[in-house]
Design a protein around this ligand. Structure first.
Ligand code: GLV
Ligand code: MN
Ligand code: MN
Length: 408
């Protein structure tokens, strides 16, 4: 087990430099997938990787792979990575940490003159967040064969722009086929929850990721004047939606403590203060680590939507746009992470990921493991997201050890 460590200051400085691209006044980051800012951040990553002696390969989904050659380049690489797109009010660590930790591992291998048997690569996966182009993890999904290329490239934002068009616009529509053999994949990430910090534990050894179901709903009623229309004659699409929002929240509580349920996006039409809303579009996100519980949540949610629509005389369109089942990570990779944390003397515990990650899809085609480090107050998807340089470096040291374990 390697005791070589990475460079804490260099990792931190790289994170801060990257965080300036899309940096917000509150100290967070707004760098939506395939915007000009995403392009700038990709360009910076590529330039750093080239300085570190890597060759760059870009596939047709815009996934970027920076390769440090090994002794035997016919072997599949040991891959590290995550994403650099953020939420609209995102932080400086969600995703980008896993990408730059990968680069820091490569830089550290260079510093120590270590040659690996298999090549080692750091990757950026396109559009992990699913905030601009739903669903989440779409490009790692194409990599893993969960989605076909045409589906991936045709995902559209709310203005109708597609991933394919936007990749071409920012110069990242690569020509390499999507998908290739990978010896092992490791993704370092902030926990995005409160457990590690509360338990004063440095490393989360991620054993599983919970399942998720995403839905899009359109509820249609009738637009009418807010003054003369008596209450009992109304077909108010927003009132129906509000009932669903409350029921979604209850379903999460009923299946606690592990279930999560969220309505995060809503559009009200015509959105005028003296018009009864005629149409509402909104999204629902249900999660649970146990697939059978997730199915129960799904059934309750659908039953309530039907009940609400018939009680209020509203029309309901409900589409499940994404299902990502719970993921168990590979025992071999999980134990590489656990052993590395142990050997480096870091406190650690097994943990289940509440968030989705590209690792969830890569796990279908390659042995995969994840490393979590604490974040302040467990807050993420928020400009106030913070992590400590020393914890980030600890996670990166574990990544280095786990990678050496697989690549040597
Ligand atoms: C990705 O950030 C997710 O929604 O879990
Ligand atoms: Mn992330
Ligand atoms: Mn995220």
């Amino acid at each position: 087990m390697s005791r070589i460590t990475t460079n804490e200051q260099r990792l931190w400085d790289s994170l801060m430099a990257m965080g300036e691209i899309g940096g917000t006044e509150k100290g967070g980051c707004c760098r939506l997938a395939l915007t000009d800012l995403d392009q700038q951040a990709r360009d910076l990553f590529v330039s750093w990787c080239k300085e570190a002696g890597c060759t760059i390969r870009i596939d047709q989904m815009g996934n970027v792979f920076a390769r440090r050659a090994g002794r035997n380049n016919a072997l599949p690489p040991v891959l590290m990575g995550s994403h650099i797109d953020t939420q609209p009010t995102g932080g400086k660590f969600d995703g980008v940490y896993g990408v730059l930790a990968g680069l820091e591992v490569i830089r550290s291998l260079n510093d120590h003159g270590i040659e690996t048997e298999a090549p080692v690569e750091a990757a950026i996966w396109t559009n992990e967040e699913g905030s601009r182009f739903p669903p989440a993890m779409v490009a790692s999904g194409v990599f893993a064969g969960v989605f076909d290329l045409e589906y991936g490239l045709s995902r559209a934002d709310l203005d109708g722009k597609t991933i394919g068009e936007e990749l071409a616009r920012i110069g990242y529509a690569g020509d390499q086929p999507v998908g290739k053999p990978v010896k092992a994949y490791f993704e370092a990430h902030i926990e995005q929850g409160p457990i590690l910090e509360a338990e004063e534990t440095t490393i989360g050894v991620v054993t599983d990721a919970q399942g998720q179901r995403w839905y899009e709903l359109t509820i249609t009623g009738q637009e009418a004047h807010a003054g003369p229309t008596p209450m009992l004659r109304r077909k108010d699409a927003l009132v129906g939606s509000a009932r669903v929002v409350d029921r979604v929240n209850q379903i999460g509580l009923e299946h606690g403590p592990l279930a999560c349920s969220t309505v995060g996006l809503m559009q009200v039409f015509p959105n005028s203060r003296n018009v009864i809303p005629g149409e509402v579009f909104f999204t629902v996100d249900l999660r649970h680590p146990d697939d059978s519980v997730l199915s129960e949540m799904d059934a309750k949610f659908r039953a309530y939507c039907d009940q609400m629509a018939s009680e209020l005389g509203l029309e309901l369109q409900l589409e499940e746009i994404w299902y990502s089942p719970p993921v168990p990570f590979a025992e071999d990779c999980v134990s590489s992470v656990r052993q590395a944390a142990q050997a480096l003397g870091y406190s650690h515990r097994d943990i289940v990921s509440g968030a989705g990650h590209d690792a969830c899809y890569v796990a279908r085609v390659a042995p995969t493991g994840m490393i979590f480090v604490p974040c302040e107050d467990g807050i993420s998807h928020n400009e106030l997201e913070r992590a400590k340089a020393e914890d980030l470096a600890a996670g990166c040291n574990v990544l280095l050890s786990a990678v050496l374990n697989q690549a040597c």
